[in-house]
Each structure stands twice: as structure tokens, then as C-alpha cells.
Design a protein around this ligand. Sequence first.
Ligand code: TYD
Length: 227
Amino acid sequence: MTQGVVVGEESARLITFEGVDGCGKSTQLRLAAERLRAAGEAVVTTFEPGDTALGRELRRLLLDGEFVPVPEAELLLFLADRAQHVREVIASALARGAWVLCDRYSDSTLAYQLAARQLADQQIPLHALLNFAECGVRPGLTLWFDLSVEQAAARMRQRESSGEAPTRLDDEQAAFHQRVAAAFAQQWQAEPERIARIDADRPIADVHGDVCAALARRLPLSAVAAQ
Ligand code: TYD
């Protein structure tokens, strides 16, 4: 396990994929990884919550519906998963010089726990908590896949009819998902240098083209655009 953490330039190689459930970011992450690898880049793909041994247990506790954590506990469990993930997976991959493509990160916590669970109004040292869990590792680029809640819900219904079980959070009311979507939009407006908006209401290949364009525009990756 990595004891130290990576900060500064190395963590600029962390690219996070964000958006409402059903926005298509996981498919796009896989395609982006293939593209980067084809361009000769070292790439590690990962996700939150649940991509460590401890994280798999936290994911089960958080999402399978057996338990319903209170909002405060939910926030702290997602942060625990992140700290473990950063130190065990992300920091060491960045230290090796790999690109790390991560399906969800702190923007999801801001959107789901702080905004949708309405914890932001509480007197909590929000940014200190998020920074603590990130162990100093901030993404160099975040791709936000913008899709309306209605369209995302239709895609989720399709997935469910093909046998994919919904998580406890997928089953939240529409108003919850509306708050999640609004929070992602706000984060993009607040941090346009870090967050690139991708219109996710398009065919997979077109969205992938926009992802490659965003990578090439924002990162030293001209090989990606040239293909
Ligand atoms: P998952 O099945 O991985 O969905 P997706 O493919 O949409 O990412 O479920 C992860 C769920 O956890 C998703 O509903 C978002 C939620 N989540 C939070 O609420 N807070 C967080 O900090 C993270 C990382 C995820």
C-alpha cells in the first residue's frame, strides 16, 4: 500500500467521470481507456465506491439496500471508501506515471450527499472533509456527462429490464435525482477549467468523439485527437 500521497503535477493525470445514474459515463470511460492505450499511454481504470477490498464491503453496506444509513453516516462511508481507494489504488498508479480514469469521485459526494441529501446546510467543514478523504489528490480533469434526469431514468429502466439490479440510490425519488443533476451543473459553472461538460444525449460514438476532443484540448494528448 502507498503510504505517501501524490500531489501537484502527478495528480493531474487523474481524470474523473461524473454524472447522474444512467448518463453513460462508464461506457465512455472504457472507450476512453481503449483510446489512450492505443495511443501508447499507461492507463488504470477504477471506480467508486468499491474498488478495494475494504471498499467492496463499504459498497455493499452503502448500496445493496440491507442498511439505510442516515445521511451523515452515508457521507462518511463514501469518504472512507475514497480515502482507502486513493491510498491503495489511485496514488500508486499516479506515482507510476499512469493515467487514472476514475468512475465517480468527490463531485459525486458533493452532488449526492451534500446537495441531494441536503447536508450542505449543516454546519460541517465541507471542503476540509473532502480534501481529507482525497488525501491531496485532485483530478486534473473531470468529464461531466450531462443528461436530463428523465432520459437517464429511461436508460436505467432499460438496464433493469435486461436484468441489472438497481442500487439503493437508483431507487431514490425523482426529486433526489433532480438535485443531483442540478448540483453537477452548478459544479461545472463554478469550476469550468477543471470540469468539461459533455452532452450525453447523443449516440455513443459521437459522445466518445467529444470525450477525445476534451482530452486533447485539456491535456498533452495530441495523439488522441489525431486518430
Ligand atoms: P453504481 O452502481 O456504481 O452506479 P454508477 O454506474 O451510476 O456510478 O453506484 C454508485 C452509486 O453511488 C451512484 O448512485 C452514485 C453513488 N455515489 C454517492 O452517492 N456518493 C459518492 O461519493 C459516490 C462516489 C457515489
